[in-house]
Design a protein around this ligand. Structure first.
Ligand code: SF4
Length: 209
């Protein structure tokens, strides 16, 4: 029988359900006891499971496109040590395309077979002043206040209440807004309402959400 990845995940779910039922009926093999962090002897024989056994699981959305597949990120000591498809996600059901499967590589680069944190990944806000050649680090509060102030100033200066025919326009053509594939449906709804309330007509997104 040919088994697709999706079918495999469904069958895995069925197997887990059957195992639970068997355990309830008292005929399943004993569950392994969790490994003691101070005991070097592993009781989990699946290398992947062993790798993430002490990691926190953070549920995320793939950042690459608007399909918005669910991703489980395993975090240990503040670093992502593995990612995989989220089997509970209603859209992707544990599957990821080749880009999503390679999501881990946003955080790491490989040199001589060793994975090291990608030094080009930005984790702080960088600001380059007009005509300056260098970037400087600023905090989030300063950045958000600055963006809000400039957005309001531009909107006030260029807001068009009526067009050349004297008809009501209420729009601002001097601002543009680009959405994010990281937003869910509800966030995109609010974002679209906000953009419309601002009168911004240049509104786009890589996945047209
Ligand atoms: S890039 Fe692939 S895994 Fe990521 S959201 Fe799009 S389809 Fe899903």
């Amino acid at each position: 029988m040919k088994i697709s990845r999706r079918n495999f995940l469904k069958l895995s779910g069925l197997a887990a359900l059957t195992g639970t039922l068997a355990a309830k009926l008292g005929c399943a093999p004993e569950e392994p006891t969790p490994t003691d962090p101070d005991d070097p002897t592993p009781v989990i024989d699946d290398p992947e499971e062993l790798r993430v056994q002490y990691a926190d699981t953070v549920i995320q959305i793939c950042s690459f496109c608007g399909v918005g597949c669910g991703v489980l990120c395993y975090v240990e000591n503040g670093e992502i040590i593995a990612t995989e498809g989220d089997p509970d996600h209603p859209i992707s059901e544990g599957t990821l395309c080749s880009k999503g499967s390679a999501l881990f590589n946003q955080y790491y680069i490989y040199e001589n077979g060793e994975a090291t944190m990608n030094p080009q990944r930005m984790t702080k806000v960088l600001y380059r002043a007009p005509r300056a050649t260098d970037w400087e680090e600023i905090d989030w509060d300063t950045a958000i206040s600055e963006i809000a102030r400039k957005t309001k100033d531009v909107r006030d200066e260029y807001f068009i209440e009526t067009n050349d025919n004297g008809e009501v326009a209420n729009r601002c053509e001097a601002l543009a807004w680009v959405g994010s594939a990281m937003c869910n449906n509800e966030e995109n709804y609010l974002y679209r309402k906000f953009v419309a309330a601002m009168g911004i007509v240049n509104n786009d997104h890589c996945a047209r959400l």
